[in-house]
Write a protein of this length. Sequence first.
Length: 103
Amino acid sequence: MMHITKNAALHIRKFQDNKGSEDDFFRVSAHSGCGGFEYHVGFDRMRENDLQMESSGTHVLMDMETDSLTENVELDYSDESGSFVFRNAPEYPGCGCGGSCGV
């Protein structure tokens, strides 16, 4: 299961509060690409068969594929870059498509 840091949870809640819709949840998705995994975050409504995890008072949605691909991955928020960061993901070589991240 993916781990969400307290800093990431804090920023998810901030973005949720600014968004103003209680029906939208923070969603993490991961898909395999030609050089590793491609990660996406955003807000979305709950779908059938979604998994919902709770961490530090924050609810996060993901599908089953994402759950299996983010095992032992940490979601953090970088104050320096102003973005969410995935850490401890398996190492993969980069590729030329630009869509997959060799984290």
